[in-house]
Design a protein around this ligand. Structure first.
Ligand code: TYD
Length: 207
């Protein structure tokens, strides 16, 4: 890997997507080549898997099936898009990665952090980001933003109850403590401009 692999993590409505678009502009202006991508999806096969995972009709989906599908989409996206870009020296900014699976499937769906982590290390062949930025915002505040944003489509996971989203949030806090050398936190409850500024600082530290 010659580029830098940076992932953005956080609960629904934490502002990752908005901030990531601004980050690209600023980093480009500073002369960096940047690839912005997202999970699940990012390449054709992974987008097809995404449609199965997030389809509101798929209420019967088992938690392990869900975890395996996310990992399968991740694998395809990694080999087809992320690794080639890193090889060419790009900064790859990825909206969600393994830590989403640890928080959502490992903790909120109760599959266990270690189990989901090991399964994901198989999928990624032990590749982890150089830096992960966690957008720290309480789930109620994040969900309020989601519902205020009419353009964003509500998916199967958004429809989970507030307890689920509380568990996701607790999961993220546990993961932050577990991987302190890789994951840094920003206060995502602030205005988007302030969040952007904090994230930029955390990214510049490793460039
Ligand atoms: P998306 O519409 O991309 O939401 P967001 O803008 O919040 O990223 O939907 C992705 C959903 O999938 C989101 O609810 C988080 C969930 N998810 C997992 O549960 N596990 C995973 O490994 C990933 C990547 C996402």
């Amino acid at each position: 890997m010659t580029g830098k692999f940076i992932t953005l993590e956080g609960p629904e409505g934490s502002g990752k997507t908005t901030v990531s678009k601004e980050l690209v502009k600023i980093l480009n202006e500073s002369g960096y080549k940047v690839l912005l991508t997202r999970e699940p999806g990012g390449v054709d096969i992974a987008e097809q898997i995404r449609n199965v995972i997030l389809d509101k009709k798929n209420t019967k989906m088992d938690a392990r099936t869900e975890a395996l599908l996310y990992a399968a989409a991740r694998r395809q996206h990694l080999v087809e898009k992320v690794l080639p870009a890193l090889k060419e020296g790009y900064i790859v900014l990825c909206d969600r990665f393994v830590d989403s699976s640890l928080a959502y499937q490992g903790v909120a769906r109760n599959l266990g952090i270690d189990e989901v982590y090991n399964m994901n290390l198989f999928a990624t062949e032990n590749i982890l980001p150089n830096r992960t930025v966690f957008f720290d915002i309480k789930p109620e505040a994040g969900l309020q933003r989601v519902y205020a944003n009419k353009e964003r489509e509500v998916n199967r996971l958004d429809l989970e109850n507030i307890d689920f989203h509380e568990r996701v949030y607790e999961g993220y806090l546990t993961i932050c403590n577990r991987f302190p050398e890789r994951i840094v936190k920003v206060d995502a409850s602030q205005d988007i401009e302030d969040v952007l500024f904090q994230v930029l600082e955390k990214i510049r530290e490793i460039l």
